[in-house]
Design a protein around this ligand. Structure first.
Ligand code: ADP
Length: 425
């Protein structure tokens, strides 16, 4: 199948989320972990490249995204999507604007849109301000994120220091009037040399209008929900053959020991999910300060000592005060790295012990785990919660089921729901 839409995601869970929503239409979607080595082969109509550049230095993120763009272009892609988090997760030092601008340069296009809205998950944009549920972003728990504390809710103000060209807004009033009105608004902004346009969306219907109005832009940027309508639109246009829609059901992984959760996210939702799962599972808490003093051995030994069948959860998930204490003691980057290294080592140990069903909570955490497992490509399976599919990957000669959950996603019972969904076919 020739590649049509090339997507670049700034973290692993975001990529899995995007791949899952594109796959909801039945479209064939490949998720690649990192830019594949060698020229494109066995491409699907929709290719998603997962990078781990959300908090990388700007030059590194830009360079990596350009390489990904080139690979997708070599594979024949004509349209591109730059996917980032529905909570924007990008401070004044962030990469979202610089990467978009670099991709626009490489593609020779002079306008793109920014729309991280994900109404199904309570992320909405109104008058350029991002809301998490009923709270403005900067009043939501995202204000305390360990790596990207979001202290402004206004996407234009967040973008301005990140880019060199003018930033503008297509607000809900033009979106609500429909495709033609939105296209007219974008054209008017373009005539005023506005290159970076934040677009309001509070509902799936808004996203449908935006996707329809912008589907022929060389580059769109935003959250996964904006991309969801694209497969059906491309087929309607005749740009993609109807055969591009074909559900591929990946082989169920080998049965093995009980399910295992590795959680490195400290988001409010993950904290609730960990608390909800602990009564049903054997739990081990990872403490960054302890890890810095005595390494990963005690966690690894704990895992080896437990009965194989019992559900397990190993978590660094902690409340903002505990996170701050660890960061004050160790530095933010080192505290995060210690946790990520421990989760990565635990994932490899779990695989080698025979575990085949693994849920990872946290975007950075998922990146660290998939890297350690040597996973380079995943087939997208059933959706567990909006934006979080199961996926199937080869690691160490085995097929394992992996669910990579970004911090804020899923309901409180997510972990139990995930494993319940993984029924043998
Ligand atoms: P999310 O998807 O919620 O943003 P991430 O895994 O992307 O989750 O980011 C959480 C970051 O916080 C990771 O770098 C992780 O290692 C770090 N972290 C996790 N637990 C702690 C803790 N107890 N103290 C300090 N940092 C932590």
């Amino acid at each position: 199948m020739s590649l049509y839409l090339g997507c670049i995601a700034d973290d692993f869970t975001g990529a899995a989320d995007l791949a899952g929503l594109l796959a909801r239409s039945g479209a064939q979607v490949n998720l690649r972990i990192g830019v594949p080595e060698g020229p494109p082969a066995d491409t699907a109509a929709f290719e998603v490249i997962a990078l781990k550049c959300r908090t990388a230095a700007v030059e590194d993120a830009v360079a990596e995204c350009r390489v990904a763009l080139r690979w997708l272009q070599d594979g024949g892609a004509e349209r591109f999507f730059w996917k980032y988090c529905s909570t924007f997760d990008s401070t004044a030092q962030g990469n979202i604007g610089p990467v978009a601008e670099a991709l626009m340069d490489d593609l020779g296009c002079d306008q793109t849109i920014y729309c991280p809205a994900f109404p199904e998950n309570g992320r909405a944009i109104f008058m350029g301000n991002l809301f998490v549920g009923e709270q403005p972003l900067a009043e939501s728990p995202m204000k305390d994120h360990p790596l990207t504390p979001m202290r402004d809710s206004n996407l234009m103000r967040l973008l301005v220091p990140q880019v060199t060209r003018p930033v503008g807004l297509a607000n809900r009033l033009s979106v609500e009037k429909g495709v033609d009105a939105l296209q007219a608004r974008l054209a008017a902004l373009k005539a005023d040399t506005v290159a970076h346009v934040v677009v309001d969306a509070v509902s799936d219907n808004d996203l449908q209008i935006i996707a329809e109005a912008c589907r022929d832009m060389p580059l769109m940027t935003g959250g996964s929900a904006l991309a969801m309508p694209l497969p059906a639109l491309y087929i309607r246009d005749g740009a993609l053959p109807a055969e591009a829609i074909r559900t591929v059901r990946p082989a169920f992984p080998e049965n093995g020991p009980g399910p295992i959760v590795l959680s490195g996210s400290c988001s409010a939702m993950t904290r609730a999910q960990v608390a909800a799962y602990l009564p049903d599972a054997l739990g081990f808490r990872l403490d960054p300060v302890e890890l810095s003093e005595s390494g990963e051995e005690s966690a690894l030994n704990w895992l080896k000592a437990q009965p194989l069948e019992a559900p397990k959860i190993l978590y660094a998930t902690a409340d903002p005060a505990a996170v701050k204490a660890a960061q004050d003691a160790l530095g933010t980057a080192r505290a995060g790295q210690l946790v990520e290294d421990a989760l990565a080592a635990l994932a490899v140990a779990a695989r080698d012990l025979g575990y085949r069903r693994i849920v990872v909570a946290g975007g950075e955490s998922s990146g660290a785990v998939t890297k350690a497992l040597g996973v380079s490509q995943m087939q997208i399976g059933a959706e567990i919660a909006p934006g979080v599919p199961w996926s199937f990957a080869r690691s160490g000669g085995h097929t394992i089921a992996l669910a990579l959950k970004s911090g804020n996603f899923g309901s409180e019972t997510f972990f139990a729901d995930a494993f319940a969904k993984l029924e043998p076919s």
